[in-house]
Design a protein around this ligand. Structure first.
Ligand code: SAH
Length: 270
């Protein structure tokens, strides 16, 4: 799709691509909060939590452009076009994304469009789902005794027809974090086990992490598809696969039922 920019005239505004973190409003950075408070227009994804959307100023235009697996809303070309158009008509445009914009968030793709059309931009990182989930589920992603590295992969799309490095992901000294993998749990289990990862490897699926609705489903790799099919499992959900998951019981500090976010405005005087 051809992007429309106004010839001979630079965009007046600037776009901030902002990571909103995984859900808990208090995991928003101070910079993200300040930028959001100054926004004239905010384009946000389905993943951004309501508590964070409530921080958007009344005066700002709010545009939902979320995508959820299986449900169509605005396509990527359309989002790119709206971003560019808003940068021509508004001063402070915020593109608010769940987690971190540069981890499975298409932040890079959107920035390329802005760069091509001469729109000024900044990026504000956010806490990615893997970090938020690990912290709130009591699962350190690395640990000297269990995992010397961590890999983030997407489990979305046609995994069978894509070149997946199962051999690499099956490394027993590594933690594997799978974003968007719930619908492909069986393929992931088979890919890892057929490359030698032990069926007894501990795994966790954590849904709605860092929120009052967080739930953990813990088991072993051979049971991954049963865990993913649990009727109580809600989206979004993340998989963590590796020996570090064996710490999940002893390090479990977060009690979602007792959790309520403190009003953020009273905490930050900005
Ligand atoms: N840019 C985002 C990821 C977008 S992909 C980030 O950095 O976090 C969307 C996937 O992220 C979901 O399918 C899920 O696997 C994961 N995810 C996002 N928020 C989550 C949450 N609160 N709990 C569990 N998984 C989450």
């Amino acid at each position: 799709m051809e992007l429309v920019s106004i010839p001979g005239q630079g965009a007046k505004g600037k776009v901030w691509i902002v990571g909103a973190g995984p859900g808990d409003v208090e995991l928003l950075t101070l910079k993200a909060y300040r930028v959001l408070k100054q926004a004239d227009a905010v384009l946000y994804d389905a993943l951004v939590s309501q508590d964070i959307l409530d921080l958007i100023p009344q005066s700002a235009e709010k545009i939902a452009v979320g995508k959820r697996a299986g449900k169509h809303s605005a396509g990527q070309d359309e989002i790119n076009q709206v971003l560019v158009t808003k940068a021509y008509t508004r001063k402070n445009v915020v593109r608010l994304k769940g987690g971190d914009p540069f981890i499975f968030g298409r932040g890079g793709e959107e920035l390329q469009t802005l760069a091509e059309t001469g729109v000024a931009f900044e990026v504000v990182p956010g806490i990615t789902a893997a970090s938020g989930t690990a912290a709130y589920a009591g699962i350190p992603l690395t640990h000297r005794d269990f995992a010397q590295g961590v890999t983030f992969i997407t489990g979305h799309c046609q995994l069978q027809s894509r070149p997946m490095d199962w051999q690499g992901y099956a490394n027993p000294n590594n933690t594997l974090v799978v974003y968007m993998g719930i619908l492909n749990a069986e393929i992931i289990r088979d890919g890892l086990m057929s490359s030698g990862r032990d069926g007894d490897t501990p795994v966790a699926i954590v849904s709605k992490a860092t929120t009052a609705s967080q739930q953990r489903f813990i088991g072993k790799l051979s049971e991954l598809s049963q865990l993913a099919a649990d009727p109580a499992l809600q989206m979004p959900a993340l998989m963590i696969i590796g020996e570090v998951v064996s710490l999940a019981d002893s390090l479990n500090w977060f009690n979602p039922q007792e959790y309520s976010a403190a009003p953020i405005q009273s905490q930050v005087g900005i």
